[in-house]
Design a protein around this ligand. Sequence first.
Ligand code: NAD
Ligand code: UD1
Length: 345
Amino acid sequence: MAEKILLTGGAGYIGSHTYVALVAAGYAVTILDNFQNANRSVIDRLEQLTGAPVSVAEADIRDATTLASLFAEHQFDAVVHFAALKAVSESVERPLDYFDVNISGLINLLRVMDAAGCRNIVFSSSATVYGVPDETPTPETAEFRAMNPYGQTKISGEQILNQLTAADDRWNVGILRYFNPAGAHDSALIGEDPRDIPNNLMPFIAKVAAGELAELQVFGDDYDTPDGTGVRDYIHVDDLAKGHVLSLAALLGDGQSHLVNLGTGEGHSVLEMVAAYRRASNRDVPYRITERRAGDVPVYVARADKAEEILGFKTERTLDEMCASSWKWIAGPHSSEDPGPEDKG
Ligand code: NAD
Ligand code: UD1
């Protein structure tokens, strides 16, 4: 029988792509989401993509009663935990909300899992745990540096999970540190859907190419990088989704806990991203160089060998494919839908 997975935050950007990958891999998946940063139409689109009804619970990860009844009903074998708040600037304005959802929410989930005897979890972490790293490409051994409340929640989440596995070896934990997810599913049925002005580069460029925003502000061109603009390790969201399938297989197969970066190992500057998006969309992307953004990191690039060694994870999709799939999604029919919640990332 298919193994049963609870996917928290499964209606969100990375969660929805991971849903498709998990179903394709043969898992029976239930989504839990409170839709605070997702559109309900995502569920219809997932049904269209997979050709099967989606099992979905509209609930908050902090709601222990609902969680416990879901575990009693489904007897999950593992959890893939995406549900979180993720906007850095908002986390500085409302740190307690971030601690509540991202840390208390995780603890609540772990308690319910423990009581139900389900002790396999894949956790969404982030390159943000490295702060400004001393070394790039950055290995998993680099030290934790919290730059803001959001980053602190990912560090705390990892530490809680590490202490839990150390204290009780029945727990199997996969910690995945994502670098910069980009792109969309090739079907253009799901993607990143910022309804407000995006904070992140890729959705911002997409809206400039689409003519919805006038120009991109490039935050600084005086970094110690080849063209002076910030460098990031962009990873196709479908490659990232595949990383979760491999992580889950490792946990459910050998019961091996692991901590890995998920990136390509290659960096691209802001100006390279602009050029790649122009190629993909065949549209102009006007930009203006402005001040550095407060709290920004010059370079984030993953040391990517550990994920390959432990999980057999290797990215397959190119930067041009990330831009082309993003453009197909942005220019596609979803843009005529009713407005969803405002973007939080
Ligand atoms: P997203 O906002 O698109 O998805 C998160 C989902 O969780 C949303 O559907 C939201 O409605 C849901 N959610 C939020 N709070 C909830 C709660 N209290 N109860 C139930 N559901 C709740 O974000 P994403 O980009 O898909 O990110 C997924 C995970 O990956 C997050 O944990 C995020 O911190 C992490 N991450 C994201 C990035 C990135 O650049 N997108 C990078 C590194 C790590
Ligand atoms: C940001 C967050 C990080 C979070 C990640 C994913 C900050 C400081 N960091 O990372 O914690 O994990 O998003 O949600 O917010 N850029 C521009 N113009 C723009 C937008 C971005 O020039 O309008 C540049 C940035 O300066 C950076 C690069 O593009 O050099 C990527 O930025 P972004 O997409 O926001 O990602 P991160 O900074 O990596």
